[in-house]
Design a protein around this ligand. Structure first.
Ligand code: CO
Ligand code: CO
Ligand code: CO
Length: 328
């Protein structure tokens, strides 16, 4: 099932209008937002998936960092989490499950999030993730719908985790490459989120399963703008290019290309391997932040100095052609 099939099903749901739903299903945003009072709105999201690394503790950390990211992408503060667990308890030792949960818990502690419950089912395939509840001021919600013409776009993590994970499954990835993507995937988007608010971001989303292009397009469509991306400025894991050259492209990258390429114009001199990375589905990817040009430079500088985060300005928001991404 691809993103457009899901879109179609969601469109057909008879959703009642509710003025307290500040962000719902209609703009493909990162998390839902529900108004409680003039000062506080709830931010809610859920995510879970199968292991993408061998070490269970690390998998737990990645799954939680990934789930929390949707709250950070809205500019919210996550408060509580509930574990979602699928585990083959009859065939695998419970110690593996314990390690996964310990990894998840360690990330929740780092984020200041309280684990308040969860639900588990027996399943032939391990899956783990988190349902997250956070809060946000109702006037300070960062959706993907408010990118402004003239804004610069900042990306806070390199692309290529899907390709390197595919190489890992194929037994080809170097230890160094795996270490790099793991370090990136377990990194919370919290500090990047806090700084983007300080620098007056207009819009934000996090890069996950639909890849850089899919999530950038969600912002383009919701904001009714266009985007110009400078491919040479896109941060990447160099090993991902190497593995892409060997054809180690995850299936999700192909479906992303199939669904989104009609809205993407790519200059003829852009490397085909780099385009593979732009469609590569990410796990616990970085934030894509749209903000005024001078603030974008200050954000990148501050993230480097204060947080040791190597973010990059990767392009800008344009008026025309609306609903399209141009890649140079
Ligand atoms: Co998201
Ligand atoms: Co999500
Ligand atoms: Co239950």
């Amino acid at each position: 099932m691809g993103p457009e099939d899901l879109d179609q099903i969601l469109k057909e749901l008879p959703l009642p209008k509710d003025p307290k739903v500040l962000v719902g299903l209609d703009t493909s945003d990162d998390a839902g937002v529900y108004l409680l009072n003039d000062e506080v709105a709830l931010v809610q999201t859920v995510d879970f998936f199968t292991p993408i690394v061998d070490d269970p503790f690390t998998f737990g950390e990645i799954a939680v960092a990934n789930a929390l990211s949707d709250v950070y992408a809205m500019g919210g503060t996550p408060l509580t989490g509930m574990n979602l667990v699928a585990f083959p308890i009859k065939t695998l030792p419970p110690s593996i499950l314990k390690e996964i949960l310990l990894g998840g818990l360690s990330k929740m502690k780092e984020a200041g999030v309280a684990l308040v419950g969860g639900h588990s089912v027996e399943d032939p395939e391990i899956k783990y993730g988190l349902a997250v509840t956070g809060v946000i001021h109702p006037k300070k919600i960062l959706t993907n719908a408010n990118a402004k013409v003239g804004d610069k776009l900042v990306l806070t993590k390199p692309l290529g985790t899907g390709i390197v994970a595919t190489a890992l499954k194929g037994g080809i990835a170097s230890e160094e490459a795996v270490q790099k993507i793991v370090e990136s995937m377990v990194t919370l988007n919290r500090t990047a989120s806090e700084w983007m608010i300080t620098f007056g971001a207009h819009a934000c989303t996090d890069i996950t399963g639909f890849g850089f292009i899919g999530h950038a397009l969600e912002m383009v469509l919701a904001s009714q703008v266009g985007m110009v991306i400078q491919s040479k400025d896109i941060p990447i894991f160099p090993e991902a290019l190497e593995y892409a050259r060997l054809g180690l492209i995850p299936g999700g990258a192909h479906s992303n290309r199939q669904f989104f390429s009609c809205r993407v114009d790519i200059a003829s001199d852009v490397s085909a391997l780099l385009v593979d990375l732009l469609y590569d589905p990410q796990t616990s990817g970085g934030l894509l932040i749209s903000l005024p040009a001078n603030e974008a430079e200050r954000l990148v500088e501050t993230l480097r100095k204060e947080e040791d985060i190597d973010s990059k300005i990767v392009g800008e928001v344009v008026e025309e052609p609306q609903g399209k991404i141009q890649i140079f």
